[in-house]
Design a protein around this ligand. Structure first.
Ligand code: SF4
Ligand code: SF4
Length: 370
């Protein structure tokens, strides 16, 4: 495996060189001008944060990246796909509202927000990749249609994959509802009978006629007809339809890597990855809260290799002393694995190993300080 370059900036700054200037230098060193061409429509894929969460990437950094791309004559837009569960980003209306309330208004970031997979997450493109777990991936249409792709990931812990970085942001985050369900489960959604009041809204909405009401006025899903679009999960006003979460965390991580491959298909030379290793919270930004960071803020990394950047980010976090007062303080030391301390049953190496195996990139890297 070849060695990839990962450009790193710590958070030291001065009157002459502030963090925004350093971020611009990172983008230049990583070769942004060779990735983005004049008149390109550039998808900046990021997580806008669930309402109540405050650990997501600060909009002022995103503005800096937007301005940089615009200076190259291209047209950036901010994007993410709707969530599988019904939270504050489950459809495009609430997703846009949450994004704006969290600071991603046009007046702040200087670019429009375009939700990638339509009003209710049904606008996807089918991408054939023929991998071990995923034959066809279902990706938010607007991301597939973009000319160039830049991932802006908040690096943090994650309850299903140990850590969440570029691979999580790209592979899971870009998937439309059907694609998210495919990664999370091999099964149709299930109805929680106790919560179902028999209103029939799910049956009326399901375009595959996979839901009927039983004699007891409870919704029943026919797995033979269900195509796994996941829309009924969002539609039910009582939260009675749920995901049958896969217990196989290894397969989940491998699917996520395969989805990343799908997102980057035909865009490999037109993509760049940025990880913000700041406010490294223990869990996903999909929660409406974030616990204290597990390490001090470390910096920003940029690379054209989605595997190398995540490997470098894990290594940087693990190098540090845990933050005092965080949920892992006193349990691990500098140089020890913070993510295994957070989630002892999850081997985060799986996503990196599989990503490397399917040709996404290299776990070997050279860290270049800028
Ligand atoms: S929408 Fe929800 S409450 Fe209504 S029938 Fe379907 S599962 Fe039951
Ligand atoms: S997941 Fe989609 S196809 Fe399956 S029952 Fe729900 S709405 Fe119908």
């Amino acid at each position: 495996m070849s060695t990839s370059e990962v450009y790193f900036s710590d958070l030291r700054s001065s009157m002459k060189r502030n963090l925004l200037t350093k971020l611009g230098e990172l983008l230049d060193r990583a070769g942004l001008e060779h990735i983005v061409s004049s008149r390109d429509l550039v998808a900046l894929k990021l997580h806008f944060g669930e309402k109540g969460n405050t650990a997501y990437i600060r909009p002022v950094f995103v503005r800096r990246i937007v301005d940089h791309i615009q200076s190259l004559g291209a047209f950036p837009f901010l994007t993410d796909a709707n969530t599988l569960y019904a939270g504050t980003r489950g459809n495009s209306v609430s997703h846009l509202k949450t994004a704006i309330e969290n600071g991603f208004a046009y007046s702040v970031v200087n670019a429009p927000v375009i939700i990638a997979d339509g009003l209710r997450g049904a606008a996807y493109a089918s991408v054939s990749i023929k991998q071990e777990h995923v034959e066809t991936a279902y990706i938010g249409r607007e991301i597939v249609d973009a000319d160039a792709f830049i991932s802006l990931a908040h690096f943090k812990g994650h309850e299903l994959s140990g850590f969440g970085g570029t691979i999580k942001n790209v592979g899971m985050g870009s998937a439309a509802r059907k694609g998210k369900l495919q990664q999370h489960s091999d099964l149709s959604p299930r109805v929680k009978a106790k919560k179902c009041v028999g209103c029939g809204e799910c049956a009326a909405h399901c375009s595959h006629e996979a839901i009927t009401l039983s004699d007891k006025k409870k919704a029943v899903i026919n797995p033979e007809k269900c195509v796994g679009c996941g829309e009924c999960i969002l539609i039910c006003p009582n939260g009675a339809i749920d995901i049958q979460w896969s217990k196989d965390i290894v397969v989940f991580q491998q699917k996520m890597a395969e989805y990343t491959l799908a997102v980057l298909k035909n865009k490999r030379e037109k993509s760049l990855f940025v990880n913000f290793i700041t406010q490294v919270s223990p869990a996903c930004d999909c929660y409406g809260h974030n616990d204290a960071a597990i390490v001090p803020d470390i910096g920003i990394v940029v690379s054209t290799d989605p595997v190398a950047i995540d490997q470098a980010s894990v290594d940087l976090v693990n190098r540090y002393v845990p933050a005092e007062g965080s949920c892992i303080s006193g349990r691990v030391q500098a140089g020890q694995d913070k993510f295994t301390a957070l989630y002892p049953k999850i081997d985060w190496r799986v996503q990196l190993d599989h990503a490397e195996k399917i040709g996404l990139g290299s776990r070997k890297y050279k860290l270049i300080s800028v």
